[in-house]
Design a protein around this ligand. Structure first.
Ligand code: ADE
Length: 260
């Protein structure tokens, strides 16, 4: 996977890419990351990349020409690339989108700044506009790093154990169960007995129930997307959870219908 980053703060990316799994993926050649300084493509000697908004208002808007010149300077087959603008106006990133992005061969990540990017650049050049959450950052750089991190760990051979990403929170719409490690007793809190029992089926059951409880409590909106197998439904029913899950799903469908 090739990542290209368009930014006015190229140094921002130095240290995050030098740590952990992303660093290993870089060294192993599973990914490459090229950071492009948009200022290098400015048209004037002051290297201006932003200007005041037509119509007035707060802040500055990123000019379209340096962005386009920067895109044009990126070599390679751009038909195989997805051009992504990171901005709080984008569709919210989720694990499904991360999966889809991980199937591309090249992602060009444009980091917006200031009050935004000239809309004509967005309309003509951007394939997708993504936000990492309902809050406003000072720019798209952190969001680009989030995309790189989340996509990289899904690439074949990047995580140590094949399949470890399939047990992620969100991979099937459920949040992950709590995990425990040594010591067996920490500040008077023991590890749940079942995890020490060696009974694999009981552990699978316990983890399913925990996942469902945590999801119901923290992100009930996710439950509507989960497909439970008949065995899982049987386990949840025995635990008295199935009816509660179904009631939550019903409620969120009803709310969705009434909100639009
Ligand atoms: N730039 C500023 N805020 C952002 C957000 N929430 N997501 C992506 N890019 C952003």
């Amino acid at each position: 996977m090739i990542f290209d980053i368009l930014t006015i703060f190229p140094d921002f990316f130095d240290s995050p890419l030098r740590e952990g799994i992303v660093r290993r993926a870089l060294i192993a050649g599973k990914i490459s990351v090229d950071v492009h300084d948009i200022r290098d493509y400015a048209l004037d000697r002051h290297r201006m990349t932003d200007d005041r908004p037509f119509g007035g208002g707060e802040g500055m808007v990123m000019k379209p020409e340096p962005l386009v010149r920067c895109l044009q300077a990126i070599d390679g087959d751009q038909d195989q690339s997805l051009i992504i603008l990171l901005s709080p106006r984008g569709r919210r990133l989720n694990q499904e989108t991360v999966h889809r992005l991980s199937e591309s061969s090249r992602l060009i990540l444009v980091c917006g700044r200031y009050e935004g990017v000239d809309e004509r650049f967005r309309d003509r050049y951007v394939d997708e506009e993504l936000s990492i959450g309902d809050y406003v950052l000072t720019g798209g750089e952190l969001a680009a790093l989030v995309v790189i991190d989340a996509v990289t760990r899904l690439l074949p051979g990047v995580l140590g154990c094949p399949g470890s990403a399939t047990n992620d929170s969100f991979s099937r719409g459920l949040l992950k169960y709590g995990q425990f490690t040594r010591p067996r007793i920490f500040e008077n809190m023991p590890v749940p007995d079942v995890l020490l029992s060696g009974d694999h089926q009981a552990i699978v059951r316990y983890r399913l129930i925990e996942s469902v409880r945590i999801t119901m409590d923290r992100r009930p909106d996710l439950l509507a997307t989960v497909r439970f197998s008949s065995e899982e439904r049987r386990i949840l029913k025995k635990e008295g959870l199935l009816e509660r899950v179904e009631a939550i799903v019903q409620q969120s469908r009803c709310e969705a219908e009434h909100s639009g």
